[in-house]
Design a protein around this ligand. Structure first.
Ligand SMILES: Cc1cc2nc3c(=O)[nH]c(=O)nc-3n(C[C@H](O)[C@H](O)[C@H](O)COP(=O)(O)O)c2cc1C
Length: 198
């Protein structure tokens, strides 16, 4: 969300940054994280950075991602680089999808709307969490052309699921996604240490 003013909209080339688009405060992701740490209350910070159990899997995932590297291909013609690809029969400018994050409204009231608009502006895919307010209709209306996917946590019977699917189709989602790893709410030691128990 907050990254969208880093680059000029049309070229995404820093040399072409319009003067008003030059960020005064944030030039790196680390600066954004640092500011979030300062601004967010303890519970919201723990929610956004925390994970299940002792967070060993989170650390492992981080290490696994860090183990990937770009292979430099030197002495190549780089005058034209095109990172665009297609996804769900739509062209996207970057091979990226904004993953679903529930309860975004804890941070900014219209964060779900802001994130779908940012995704559309940069022509990448957006997945809306079913535990985000406002819900799918408002988000669809805010950005009808965005490549939208709706994610569902299943906590109803099959009639309820059918209704959710109908709603997701009616408001133009390109796909529907069911999260299957949450039959029970996870045990989070970060929360337990604060005696914040569900
Ligand atoms: C704060 C937070 C909230 C999330 N909320 C959801 C959610 O509502 N639905 C869902 O399917 N996944 C949710 N996820 C999982 C993310 O969509 C994503 O799959 C996961 O964080 C792994 O991607 P990452 O390594 O880029 O964080 C959430 C993750 C975080 C950190």
């Amino acid at each position: 969300m907050g990254l969208h003013f880093w680059y000029d909209k049309t070229s995404m080339n820093q040399k072409n940054l319009a003067p008003h688009a030059v960020p005064k405060e944030f030039m790196t992701l680390h600066e954004l994280v640092k500011k979030a740490r300062q601004k967010l209350n303890h519970d919201n910070w723990d929610y956004i950075v925390g994970a299940t159990e002792t967070e060993t899997t989170l650390k492992r995932n981080r290490q696994a991602l860090d183990a990937w590297a770009f292979r430099p291909r030197v002495l190549q013609d780089v005058s034209h680089c095109d990172p665009s690809t297609s996804f769900l029969n739509r062209k996207i400018k970057l091979p990226l999808l904004l993953a679903p994050v529930g309860s975004l409204e804890l941070f900014v009231a219209d964060a779900a709307v802001a994130s779908v608009k940012s995704a559309n502006e940069f022509s990448i895919a957006h997945m809306l969490s079913s535990v985000c307010q406002p819900g799918m209709e408002v988000v669809a209306q805010a950005s009808p052309d965005a490549l939208r996917i709706f994610q569902l946590y299943v906590h109803g019977d099959s009639a309820w699921i059918d209704e959710m699917i109908d709603r997701a189709i009616a408001c133009g989602n390109a796909a529907f996604c069911i999260t299957v790893d949450s039959a029970v709410y996870s045990r989070r030691e970060r929360d337990i240490a604060k005696r914040n128990l569900r």
